[in-house]
Design a protein around this ligand. Structure first.
Ligand SMILES: [Zn+2]
Length: 580
């Protein structure tokens, strides 16, 4: 049954006329015009990815050139004459379809050359369709070139390739070049709907959109997915069927995994993995599905229009996605995608590459407020500039967890190792104000609490998050948390002493914790420090003690200028670097 059905569909739906070719009007119209104006070329080059209509168009062109219904080539072949029928079936003796991949030797091409001299037996033209022409060997290309340089009047070559850059320029210059496009979702949906109507199969628009999405611009893929679905489902195709036939992990399972991650429910997460393995599904595929899933969340969070179109999801699924997306911080989503993409790197998938690209694009457009703290700190450490100092190497371990705070979880690409005391209790998601820490902070849980405060602050204001990240909680006094800085971290400390920053942090403390209302900064252990009070409360422009000439020179360094620019900072101190 399935086999038979497949045959019927394939035969019925291969376009037989130029007008039926979907999504390539720019090509079919040009070809039709050329034929009507009797400008027939001897060599055509069809370029484009697989399954988007190159061979189909080549056959229609062959029919147009050799159709017997008119005295010469016609833009509208009849489809019923002997030539049209035999060409459509691939058995016309004057139209030779050659697979360049398996006939790529110089002898193969010489055979074509000898053959091409012979006049066509029952047609106007002898037509050679060479598919995957880029696979020809170098000497085969040379032989082909000789034929293309002096083709017999009755010969037409249609060369098709998915990789035009591998075709020698000498060949390309002899051809009329046509670039086939990936087909738009709307066109694919329209085509699929036509097929379904003919087959009397019903399904929702969302199903069509999902198929078009999976086919990724390929007509042949879209049709073959549809064929599978029809033989699998019969007269009605549901959204769930699409998932099953495409071998995607059940949507509900991904939702459950996402919820478990949000709830930090590790047992459920492991059970889901167990289920995946137990049902014989491929884990690498599962990881791809997870990436796709988080990518959808990211789209929900960042795209403001056309979300439904971008995601191809039914309305109720979309609403549920939107809700989950709201629970993640943007930076966290990007980080998750990067971590899973890193995990799947060995799989060499196009999806992973695409996701990486999309994530980068989103990151770039949000960079002003949302760049990952880890990344920025790493950059700063590399630069060793801007007064942050050697935080990576020299600061005491206590300062480490705060900076690494956002990079726990699955095998993580950032090189920063998670600190020991953060792992289990630490929330994997930055959940914003939706889930305040709200605990009474004591010395036993102050590090965890401080991480949350840092994350929250970072989400609001990147600079604040970065500088807070350098503080090490050192104790609790009444409603105040003591924050320790090393002598190298004076800049972080003075930043946090600015009234506007203090106000912001104290507001976060009051929101996130049950008992803290303020903080006090210390330098190096218990020495209450006040060596530079004037500077600490000065507004940004001050830093008057800095030699303006030195500051000007410093700003000539592009790295320093960049840091000052990115962080809207100021130069508060300049030290001579002494080589050891
Ligand atoms: Zn015909």
């Amino acid at each position: 049954m399935a086999e038979g059905h497949y045959q019927v569909l394939a035969r019925t739906w291969r376009p037989q006329a130029f007008d039926e070719v979907v999504g390539q009007q720019h090509i079919t119209r040009t070809l039709q015009n050329a034929i009507e104006n009797q400008r027939i070329g001897h060599a055509y080059l069809f370029i484009g990815s697989r399954g988007i209509g190159k061979t189909t168009t080549a056959r229609i062109l062959a029919k147009a050139l050799n159709c017997l219904s008119s005295p010469g080539p016609t833009a509208n072949p009849c489809g019923t004459c002997e030539n049209c029928v035999s060409i459509a079936a691939g058995r016309n003796i004057d139209v030779l379809e050659i697979d360049g991949a398996s006939n790529n030797s110089v002898d193969d091409v010489r055979q074509i050359r000898d053959n091409v001299r012979l006049v066509p037996s029952s047609s106007r033209y002898k037509i050679y369709v060479i598919d995957e022409v880029h696979q020809l060997s170098g000497s085969a290309f040379n032989a082909l070139l000789k034929t293309l340089e002096e083709p017999p009047a009755h010969a037409v070559f249609i060369l098709a390739t998915t990789e035009a850059h591998k075709v020698p320029a000498t060949i390309i210059s002899r051809c009329q070049r046509y670039d086939f496009r990936r087909v738009g979702q709307d066109d694919i949906c329209t085509l699929l709907r036509r097929i379904l109507d003919q087959e009397q199969v019903t399904c929702s628009d969302e199903v069509l959109l999902a198929i078009a999405r999976a086919a990724d611009g390929g007509i042949r893929d879209a049709e073959s997915i549809l064929e599978q679905l029809i033989s699998y489902c019969g007269q009605e195709i549901t959204f769930k069927d699409v998932f099953e036939v495409l071998g995607l992990v059940d949507w509900a399972q991904l939702n459950a995994l996402c919820d478990a991650m949000l709830d930090k429910d590790i047992a459920t997460q492991l059970r889901i993995v167990e289920d995946i393995v137990a049902t014989g599904k491929d884990l690498s595929q599962f990881v791809q599905d997870i990436i796709r899933y988080f990518r959808n969340l990211l789209v929900c969070k960042t795209a403001h229009t056309r979300i439904q179109e971008l995601l191809a999801l039914p309305g109720h699924e979309l609403a549920a996605m939107q809700q989950r997306a709201d629970r993640f911080a943007l930076t966290r989503l990007i980080q998750l995608i990067e971590q899973f993409a890193e995990l799947s790197k060995g799989f060499d998938s196009q999806l992973a590459q695409r996701i990486a690209l999309e994530t980068l694009l989103i990151r770039v457009s949000k960079v002003a407020v949302e760049v990952s703290i880890d990344t920025v700190l790493e950059k700063l450490v590399q630069l060793g500039a801007g007064g942050v100092g050697p935080v990576a190497a020299a600061s005491p371990p206590a300062a480490e967890p705060a900076r690494a705070g956002k990079s726990e979880g699955p095998p993580s690409p950032p090189k920063r190792a998670p600190a020991p005391h953060q792992a289990p209790a630490q929330s994997p998601e930055h959940e914003s104000a939706s889930a305040p820490f709200r605990a009474t902070v004591t010395e036993s849980n102050m590090r965890e609490a401080w991480l949350r405060v840092t994350e929250e602050a970072g989400a609001e204001n990147l600079n604040l998050g970065i500088w807070l990240g350098q503080a090490a909680p050192a104790g609790i006094e009444n409603e105040t948390i003591l924050l320790e800085f090393t002598r190298d971290q004076q800049n972080a400390r003075s930043y946090l002493e600015r009234p506007e920053n203090r106000a912001a942090v104290e507001r976060i403390l009051r929101t996130l914790t049950a008992n803290l209302t303020g903080y006090r900064t210390l330098v190096n252990g218990n020495v209450p420090e006040a060596p530079r009070p004037a500077r600490e409360t000065q507004p940004r422009a001050a830093a008057a003690h800095v030699n303006p000439e030195l500051a000007r020179q410093a700003l000539e360094d592009p790295h320093i200028a960049k840091v000052v620019d990115v962080f809207k900072g100021e130069i508060v101190d300049i030290k001579r670097h002494v080589k050891e």
